[in-house]
Design a binder for this molecule. Structure first.
Ligand code: GAL
Length: 415
């Protein structure tokens, strides 16, 4: 081939690919160090396919701010191509008729056989895929700084709440902060669900926080959960109100605090800081919950678009999300595990390997549970109401346990 012919051939290829290259606007709330690194990997993949990535990041852990912004964009008739939407909220958005049908991509990429059935179901509305799942986060994790534990004379990670409070007392005595807490309502709620599971067990969690059964919600076990929950607060520092979750993680990373209760996106922060599990820090199930698993599956729902090149970019985004390359590199950075089945876990650390093993084991045992604090268990309206009631209880020591129980049960009746 002559040089001029080669140049023409190259020009044709480039023209061919740019003809189908489009812009993809992606709304997400991944703005912490570990999160931004993770979502950056998706951007790279899309750019390598010739598409333009328009980042629509709305800061705020847990995504409440992002959801408010999303609503106003959709109401204005200008939705992004994709938005981080998960759990029952996917069904609500789909019932509005605004989500795109991803079946062509899902069939071509064999999603039905690559996903755990319970996850695949959640991504579909009336049998059609409308969202693509990214990962599986485990929520019931406790993160501990090994040096702080050692300096405080704590041997072994506490497995029960009694052991936990004994360890926390030792840590306090040595002048460290026992619990790094971010005082935002979704973080208060995250700790709450850990405590309910640890105190009441999987069946109780299911009755109280998934079925929203009034008998369970008003039971002595719920009162006991609230007592334990309140006791944890006495081990947090006075500067916790309003604190972002990643700043709480940083307190554990920097040897200021011993423990944090947080899903394994916290591990993304340890990883970004170059810390190694086992050596610098420990991941363990929150007290009393080693045989259960609260899951949080992140996913992107796709909105209906008119422009053909934008549709192509959107389909490529959906395919990329479920691709093995992205599933590996994203989850290595994010702290989660791949949602795609049969992935090679060789590059993952011990926390991810334990999460992967426990995901399978708890699924068999019937103790794999959707996280209510992370939009997996109940509809957004009830979730929001319970979250507020829980947070009020956390923040106001004058609210008695009996009144706390009552207001949480009342909030759970929200339709
Ligand atoms: C969760 C989300 C995680 C993580 C966390 C903190 O709701 O599922 O991926 O980013 O919020 O922002």
């Amino acid at each position: 081939m002559k040089l001029s012919q080669l140049a023409t051939a190259v020009a044709l290829v480039v023209a061919g690919s740019t003809a189908m290259a489009g812009e993809v606007e992606v709304l997400h709330w991944w703005t912490s160090g570990g999160e931004a690194k993770s979502v950056g990997e998706l951007k790279k993949i899309m750019q390598s396919k010739g598409h333009t990535w328009k980042d629509f990041a709305v800061a705020g852990g847990g995504g409440d701010n992002a959801m408010t912004v999303l609503k106003s964009r959709v109401v204005a008739g200008n939705p992004p191509a994709a938005a981080q939407i998960k759990g029952p909220a996917i069904q609500e958005w789909a019932s509005e008729g605004v989500l795109a049908n991803l079946d062509t991509t899902a069939k071509a990429e064999k999603w039905d056989s690559l996903l755990p059935p319970v996850v695949a179901e959640g991504m579909k509305y009336k049998g059609n895929y409308v969202a693509a799942p990214v990962n599986v986060h485990r929520v019931n994790w406790m993160w501990a700084n090994n040096a702080v534990l050692q300096k405080s004379g704590v041997t072994g990670v506490p497995k029960t709440w009694d052991e936990f409070f004994a360890a926390a007392d030792k840590v306090k005595k040595m002048g460290f902060i026992p619990v790094a807490h971010g005082g935002q309502n979704w973080q208060d709620f995250t700790t709450f669900e850990d405590v309910v599971l640890g105190v009441g067990g999987a069946k109780f969690y299911q009755d109280a926080l998934i079925k929203l059964d009034q008998k369970a919600l008003t039971s002595p076990t719920m009162a006991k959960s609230l007592e334990t929950y309140r006791k944890i607060k006495s081990y947090t520092d006075p500067a916790s109100p309003g604190r972002d979750w990643n700043l709480a993680t940083a307190m554990v990373i920097q040897e200021k605090a011993a423990f944090q209760f947080m899903g394994d996106w916290a591990k993304g922060e340890f990883t970004a800081a170059g810390k190694v599990p086992g050596k610098d820090y420990t991941c363990a199930a929150t007290p009393g919950t080693a045989n259960a698993y609260t899951f949080n599956v992140d996913s992107f729902a796709m909105f209906k678009l008119k422009d053909a090149t934008a549709q192509k970019a959107q389909a490529d985004l959906a395919a990329a999300i479920m691709g093995t390359d992205f599933q590996e590199v994203f989850n290595l950075n994010k702290g989660s595990i791949p949602v795609r089945l049969n992935m090679d876990m060789a590059k993952f650390d011990d926390c991810a390997k334990l999460s992967s093993k426990d995901f399978v084991a708890t699924s068999k045992a019937g103790t794999l549970l959707p996280s209510i604090a992370h939009g997996m268990a109940v509809k957004p309206a009830a979730e929001g109401a319970i979250k507020d009631a829980v947070s009020q209880f956390w923040n106001d020591d004058k609210i008695s346990v009996a009144d706390g129980v009552k207001s949480i049960a009342k909030a759970a009746a929200t339709q």
